[in-house]
Write a protein that binds this ligand. Structure first.
Ligand code: AMP
Ligand code: MG
Length: 499
């Protein structure tokens, strides 16, 4: 393999494929930038994806560029238009109200677009200020990289740059800009936008762009647009399986926040499940509980039907559009979810009764509400066989998470009986289980500690958390405190759409 490129900021070779679409798809404009920006955090891993020398992060120009104050040569800055359904209701035109696409580039690691979030107003801001606050920017930065560490498809984050510029939310906060990186930021709503206007030519241009750039194999299909929809349905199904298996809740699964590439997109009031409750609502603004943990796969499917509606003029037959979703979403979700859950439970190969056992496991979690992450991590260290006399001690890491120890024991007996059906040495199984059950997730209280310190200009905790969440499956004893339950002060933490 060739040595990785190590480019300087000035040498990023933008090709800006999205800007090759006609002007109806976006507005060209300059970002507003930030006064006296300072670097809050940066991901060397994302710099490397872009081909950048990680040393570039320390240059003052890095901060200037990713605050939106200075444009890298070859960039072609634009804000894209899209529409969408928000909380189940058609919301009409939305668009990049606070995101500026700097440009796109291709390299040996893929196709990357760089977008600044929070660098000022655009024609799609709809009266809002075009800004993002430091709090939500740190959350997006850390969670993007945490999801990547967990192996879950996601947009990435190169950096967070802050400034003392005041921004009004419920309280006065300060402004920041996140530089997001993904192959594409095209959303379901990007298609809904043209379909709602009856603009089939633009709808086709967008679909052709996505197919040509990211899904060329769809061109070979009898109906390329149905093949594209089937691909989105399959990837979205897999994404839901990943979210559910790790206890991730997105919080705002509106169609404008759904990636056409099946990536986790637009980190706002997300959360990771702590004390298990399938009905948990992580977004304080979601008063009706549309986006509870358990609803996520249903909502994803509902969103896919909206995309199917939008693509119908290209696909032609309603039955073909519906089949593209029905034949691919459910199967992808269910098979990936079962595979991920079997891995979490330490089953060497899936057996027919596993679906029922997985259901029993979620029933146990729902009734007794242990911490989702700790439950599976503790399970990963238990032996397959245990002496009756020593059982209480051996199983303590898991049993101690239950008030009702007998309920835990009964479930463990069934788990051990199931393990015995596909024998696997404890050592190998435990290694595999630890690789499927993260020790570290971005708990709200961890993000909150990093945010509070950053608000006092101490960015050390952002850096430490990033380092920890890069390897969420490793023991990392130096970060053991990050694997603990939320402290008392954090019990009242709420996250909302305010960002
Ligand atoms: P979200 O709920 O964050 O996905 O945002 C929904 C829509 O509102 C998108 O079009 C955003 O660009 C826009 N938006 C959210 N916050 C702001 C803001 N502070 N300024 C401008 N547009 C915003
Ligand atoms: Mg959004």
């Amino acid at each position: 393999m060739n040595a990785p490129e190590t480019l300087r900021l000035e040498d990023l070779a933008f090709d800006n494929s999205f800007a090759g679409l006609p002007e109806a798809f976006y507005t060209r404009l300059a970002p507003l930038g930030l006064p006296a920006p300072y670097l809050v955090g940066a991901s060397a891993e994302v710099a490397e994806l872009l081909g950048l020398d990680p040393g570039e992060i320390r240059r003052p120009e890095f901060c200037e560029i990713f605050a939106g104050n200075r444009l890298p040569p070859g960039s072609d800055v634009l804000a894209a238009v899209y529409s969408g359904h928000q909380f189940g209701v058609w919301a009409g035109q939305l668009g990049d109200g606070r995101a500026h696409l700097l440009g796109g580039l291709k390299n040996a690691r893929g196709h990357w677009e760089i977008q600044l979030k929070g660098a000022g107003r655009t024609p799609y801001s709809r009266g809002a200020d075009g800004r993002a606050v430091l709090r939500s920017s740190i959350r997006e930065f850390l969670c993007s990289e945490a999801m990547a560490g967990l192996g879950i498809p996601t947009t990435r984050a190169l950096s967070v740059v802050g400034a003392d510029l005041p921004v009004r939310r419920e309280a006065i906060e300060t402004a920041a800009v996140v530089a997001r990186v993904a192959p594409s930021f095209v959303r379901f709503g990007s298609f809904e936008h043209w379909a709602a206007r009856g603009r089939t030519a633009e709808l086709r241009q967008l679909a052709d762009y996505v197919i040509a750039t990211f899904r060329p194999e769809c061109r070979e299909a009898a109906n390329p647009y149905a093949a594209l929809l089937a691909d989105v349905a399959r990837r979205t199904g897999e994404l839901m399986a990943h979210w559910m298996a790790v206890g991730f809740m997105h919080g705002v699964m509106n169609t404008d926040n759904m990636s056409i590439l099946g990536l986790t997109l637009d980190y706002g009031p997300f959360g990771f499940m702590e004390a298990f409750d399938a009905g948990h609502i992580c977004n304080h603004s979601d008063t009706h509980g549309r986006y509870t943990f358990r609803n996520q796969p249903h909502v994803a499917q509902w969103n896919l039907y909206r995309l199917a509606d939008a693509l119908l003029p290209l696909i032609g037959k309603p039955t073909a559009a519906q089949a593209a979703v029905d034949d691919h979403f459910g199967r992808a979700f269910e098979s990936r979810f079962e595979q991920l859950m079997c891995a979490k439970l330490g089953f060497l190969a899936a057996l027919p009764d596993d679906e029922a056992f997985i259901g029993e496991t979620f029933g146990l979690l729902q009734q007794h509400r242990p911490d989702f992450t700790q439950f599976f991590r503790a399970l990963s260290q238990l032996p397959a066989a245990v002496d009756r006399e020593k059982q209480a001690k051996t199983d303590a890491p898991l049993r101690d998470q239950f008030v009702d120890r007998a309920a835990c024991d009964a479930w463990l007996a069934n788990w051990r009986a199931r393990l015995a059906q596909t024998p696997w040495g404890d050592d190998a199984r435990q290694v595999a289980m630890r690789a499927a059950n993260p020790k570290y997730v971005l708990r709200n209280w961890l993000a909150e500690v990093a945010i509070r310190k950053a608000q006092d200009r101490d960015f050390s905790e952002v850096e430490r958390l990033l380092a920890c969440l890069r390897h969420p499956f490793d023991e990392q004893p130096e970060f053991a405190d990050y694997a603990t339950l939320p402290p008392d002060w954090a019990s009242g933490l709420e996250v909302s759409c305010s960002s």
